[in-house]
Design a protein around this ligand. Structure first.
Ligand SMILES: [Fe+2]
Ligand SMILES: [Fe+2]
Length: 305
């Protein structure tokens, strides 16, 4: 007689979940990139280009932005793009560890298991690509502030189930909307557009998986656990979003850090860019029951809602 433990869902993979993972594996086989050969690493940096769409700059629309020379504006968006890429590396390392832990000793014949390893391999290539990209943008190592690094260390070691996958989804969605704009923008330096294009294509599969897993793991979850995880995910979202642009980018673009930080903090244009780009994500979290009163406060603080 075999006993079926329904709480260990990975040992009893259901057909729908398997079909999704199978489709993702097929899609990955058809369209994946090797950044080492796809990205133009050779051509020297052309400083007549931006690093990101200027409208995404934390200073766009402020009086400081209006006073800056076009050269300074381009240097700022290049440093900001490098900082976002570096934050991407930080989060991808958290994510790889969470997924690896989640699938530890599970059924390797399950397509979801194989998909999980495929996703980890994608992220590993992405992080190397972001690292090389940031270096080519002539940026130093931008790492999140100490508190974010330590909370991330705790989260990556302990987060499981819906909290892990919903946090993964939040990080991927926030990055996705920016990168979709940058990859199409002719003002952005071509190699950065390629990097963003690769990332957008491969991440769309990751987001599909994260949405599936979040929904799956939330099945039958009680109110208290849902409330707790909703709060944890929103706090993670706050630290991810507030770590995107390192305060040192301003000095590295030749700006006055104090004034830049003050104007960036009050920049309604940037806040509304974030809010409008996250409306789909918020709808999903709401439908999954993860948009609780307590979590809303953190999303508001992060200007995601
Ligand atoms: Fe990635
Ligand atoms: Fe991803």
């Amino acid at each position: 007689m075999t006993s079926v433990d329904t709480t260990q869902h990975a040992d009893t993979p259901d057909a729908g979940r398997q079909a999704v993972a199978r489709r993702l594996l097929d899609s990955s086989e058809t369209l994946s990139y090797d950044p080492v050969t796809e990205v133009d690493w050779e051509t020297p940096l052309d400083t007549s280009y931006h690093g990101a769409s200027p409208e995404w700059s934390t200073l766009y629309g402020t009086s400081y932005w209006a006073e800056m020379t076009p050269e300074q504006q381009r240097e700022l968006t290049r440093q900001e793009a490098a900082s976002v890429a570096s934050t991407g590396i930080w989060f991808e390392m958290i994510l790889q560890q969470m997924v690896l832990r989640d699938f530890y000793a599970k059924d390797p014949t399950d397509p979801a298991f194989q998909w999980a390893l495929t996703e980890i391999a994608d992220e590993c290539r992405h992080s190397i690509m972001f690292a090389r990209g940031a270096a080519k943008l002539r940026a130093p190592a931008y790492r999140p502030r100490r508190l974010a690094v330590e909370l991330g260390r705790f989260f990556k070691t302990t987060a499981t189930g819906e909290a892990a996958y919903a946090a993964i989804l939040v990080a991927e969605e926030v990055l996705d909307v920016m990168q979709r704009d940058w990859m199409r923008d002719e003002r952005v330096v071509p190699f950065v557009r390629t990097i963003n294009n690769i990332h957008v294509v491969e991440e769309s599969r990751h987001m599909k998986f994260a949405r599936e897993e979040t929904r799956e793991r939330l099945k039958g979850v009680g109110r208290l656990r849902r409330q707790y995880n909703a709060l944890v995910v929103s706090i993670a979202a706050y630290f991810i979003v507030s770590s995107m642009v390192n305060p040192r980018v301003y000095a590295n673009a030749g700006l006055d850090t104090k004034r830049a930080l003050r104007e960036a903090k009050a920049n309604e244009h940037h806040k509304s860019m974030l809010r409008s780009s996250c409306s789909g994500l918020m709808e999903f979290l709401d439908s999954a029951g993860l948009l609780t009163k307590a979590s809303m406060r953190w999303y508001q603080r992060a200007n995601l809602i």
